[in-house]
Ligand binder design. Structure first.
Ligand code: ATP
Length: 519
């Protein structure tokens, strides 16, 4: 996954800014608001912005430097007439740290309150400021180290952004379900698991268990600090699996409606936000728990071990197919990108608020009140609807359904996934292809050619049922959780949940050539 580019250069906008965008201080020091950044003309501060080679500062210190608005965390004047500006400095492509600028305003003649509020407005755009967060840390996620990540890489940024933080360290598996089930949803804006993808799954299911599930899932956004081995949620929403980069994306994150999936199996109903898989991927995820210490590499080791076995997973699959052809999937993706995402967000929010206030006449709202929406297609125990496409697959090697694009860094399996298109992306392939072809197929995930690989079927569906056949046992993974090897059924609920995302959309690049698809 390409890390987002962060500019912290000494370049200055050539357009002359209006005078009220400039604060002048003694000794030629000035702070200027340009189109895209704060320009700091201050030799003393600029020293920290010298170019570095192998960690050693080289060249003359610049006279000025610029801080992109995205990196500005907070600005305020304090009682002792001091201006304080906190910002995130990109120390490397992988890491941010907090830096602070302070200036006495005693000799500054300017409308400082207006200047400060313009800076904060530009720094936050449509993002909520000073988010009220419930932070949940799983000390055992991934290779370990979530406590340190929180303390050293994330908390300083959140504090500098003046977020209000209520931090809980989870003590046992399942604790986050109860925390979110009983959360005072008016006291928080966002729940932030510092974990792998397991804790977000628990949080969403905790909110989904409440009598006011729909309200809670809309009101409380979920955001993710990556501390696990896969960290799919953070990759897709924050554009990074690096904790401090994710923290900044959350500080600047916008509320984004997010599709959730109901999974029924036996007599249970759970919510899934990420994926369901059966076959080689499920085995690589769930059958490699003993390699957890390897971090993300455990998936690759798992794949290498299994690819030569040509194991098949016979099954029956029934699907409510909405977009069967790859070209039409690309065209759909193009339409979704073309929409003004913020407009969609506002409209969807408005509809939802109206239905909560009892203004909606939709059958769904009338029937269920505020709990989870009813299942359109019943459960796994009901008959398969007549208009679903059903088929038997004797040679299946992999079945994978996703609601987000990246399943791990460099694993963009569902490149056409969109956060709130009301559709799930399904891919499957035969398992008896040659090992060479299998390796080519799986490596095409990293190169971006997986979608177009002729061995891969890629569809958009709104519901499906998966029934394993002729196998005593095996792995079924729901969002990385191991569930019984039994039939299950899934349907999607458009925009049932809310997440914080950096740009109101997924950060993945989309299937190759989608821009040229005929809409
Ligand atoms: N204190 C704890 N002790 C043991 N298990 C915990 C604790 N807190 C949370 N868990 C459980 O750990 C499981 C895995 O958590 P998490 O997703 O954070 O990490 P991970 O599985 O390592 O990440 P990834 O999904 O990226 O591999 C979750 O199902 C959660 O219920």
């Amino acid at each position: 996954m390409a890390e987002p580019a962060f500019v912290d250069s000494a370049s200055v906008s050539v357009r002359e800014p209006p005078p009220d965008h400039v604060l002048l201080f003694p000794r030629g020091v000035s702070l200027t608001l340009t189109d895209d950044s704060l320009v700091v003309k201050d030799r003393t501060q600029a020293r920290c912005h010298r170019s570095k080679l192998c960690g050693i500062s080289v060249g003359n210190p610049p006279a000025e430097f610029s801080v992109p608005y995205y990196n500005v965390l907070w600005a305020e004047t304090t009682d002792n007439n001091t201006l304080t500006i906190d910002y995130a400095l990109a120390e490397s492509k992988k890491h941010f740290r907090v830096c602070t600028l302070t200036y006495s305003l005693d000799d500054c003649i300017a409308d400082v309150p207006t200047w400060t509020s313009t800076l904060t407005m530009r720094a936050y755009g449509q993002a909520d400021r000073r988010k009220r967060a419930k932070v949940l840390i799983n000390p055992y996620s991934g290779p370990g180290g979530a406590d340190k990540i929180w303390e050293h890489e994330v908390k300083p940024l959140f504090e500098a952004a003046r977020m209000s933080l209520d931090v809980v360290r989870t003590k046992f598996s399942g604790e986050a379900v109860g925390i979110c089930e009983n959360l005072d949803i008016d006291s928080y804006d966002v729940v932030i698991p510092c974990s792998g993808d397991g804790l977000p799954y628990e949080c969403i299911n905790g909110l989904g268990k409440r009598p006011d599930a729909r309200k809670a899932l809309r009101q409380i956004a979920i955001a993710h600090i990556p501390c696990g081995s896969g960290n799919a949620m953070s990759c897709n929403l924050n554009g990074s699996h690096r904790p401090s980069i994710a923290a900044l994306a959350i500080i600047k994150g916008v509320r984004t409606p997010f599709d959730l999936m109901s999974v029924t199996q036996g007599n249970t109903r759970t919510l899934s936000f990420l994926s369901q898989s059966v076959g080689i991927i499920a085995e690589c995820d769930l059958g490699t728990e003993h390699l957890r210490w390897l971090g993300a590499a455990r998936f690759h080791v798992g794949l290498a071990q299994r690819v030569f076995s040509k194991k098949l997973y016979p099954c029956d699959i029934s699907m409510k197919v909405e977009i069967p052809e790859k070209n039409d999937v690309k065209a759909h993706y193009k339409r979704e990108q073309a929409e003004n995402l913020y407009t969609i967000q506002r409209e969807k929010n408005t509809d939802w608020e109206a239905s909560l206030a009892g203004e909606s006449t939709s059958t769904e709202a009338t029937l269920t009140g505020d709990g989870l929406p009813p299942l359109k297609y019943g459960t796994i125990n009901d008959k398969v609807p007549d208009d679903w496409e059903s088929a038997s697959y004797d040679r299946l090697g992999n079945f994978y359904c996703g609601n987000m694009a990246w399943m791990a860094p460099d694993a963009n399996f569902f490149s056409a996934a969109c956060p709130n298109d009301g559709l799930m992306d399904v891919v499957f392939n035969d398992g008896d292809i040659s090992a060479a072809k299998y390796v080519e197929l799986l490596t095409s995930v990293e190169t971006g050619h997986f979608f177009d690989n002729p061995h891969v079927t890629y569809r958009k569906v709104s519901a499906y049922r998966f029934t394993p056949r002729n196998q005593e046992n095996g792995y079924i993974s729901i969002d990385g959780e191991h569930v019984p090897f039994e039939p299950f059924q899934v349907e999607i609920h458009q925009a049932l949940g809310t997440v914080l995302s950096r740009n109101g959309k997924y950060e993945a690049e989309g299937p190759l050539g989608w821009e040229k698809a005929s809409a």
